[in-house]
Design a protein around this ligand. Structure first.
Ligand SMILES: [Zn+2]
Length: 174
């Protein structure tokens, strides 16, 4: 029986193998090796296909799980964002923002002008009072809109960072 000397593909240890053998276990690192023969060379290859396949399936399951997590996060965020929206004209909803506060400031100015004008003209007292109510409503609108806008911004940042973490995990698995 002819003996050939090969190297373990895993640890590099020399292995004495019977010519024609198809498999060998490395005496140094215990790797299960298959013996590959080409026209010009004989070498060993670690038999890890089975575990590699298992890893691939587990990896796919992780990818699916993370994709589901991202979808769920997106749905949750869409539902939460909805609760922050303000009702606008014609039932169109919009996000509270500093831009929408300009309207509140304009309304407050209008209320102020109304109050000043009504009281300087000596109108009955409910006329200037009406202007003051206007100012009150506008100021409340400005502050609640401001608070909502700030909270929405913070929640959006939280959502985006959670999404970025999941996307990072996903790209590591691919
Ligand atoms: Zn070895």
């Amino acid at each position: 029986m002819n003996i050939v000397t090969l190297r373990c593909n895993e640890c590099g240890a020399p292995l004495e193998v019977a010519e024609g053998a198809r498999y060998v276990t490395c005496t140094h690192c215990n790797s299960q090796l298959s013996i590959q023969r080409t026209a010009s060379a004989v070498f060993t290859e670690k038999l890890d296909q089975i575990s590699a396949k298992t890893d691939a399936i587990a990896g796919n399951l992780d990818i699916i799980r993370i994709q589901n997590d991202i979808e769920m996060l997106d749905r949750e965020w869409a539902a939460e964002r909805e609760t922050y929206l303000m009702a606008g004209k014609n039932g169109v909803k919009y996000e509270p923002s500093t831009g929408s506060m300009i309207t509140g400031i304009l309304v407050a100015c209008f209320g102020l002008a109304w109050t000043v004008a009504a009281s300087s003209m000596g109108a009955p007292s409910f006329f200037p009072l009406f202007g003051i109510v206007f100012i009150g409503v506008a100021i409340y609108g400005i502050f609640s809109g401001n608070e909502k806008a700030a909270k929405l911004k913070a929640r959006r940042a939280e959502y985006e960072s959670r999404r970025a973490v999941l996307l990072g995990e996903l790209s590591r698995l691919r």
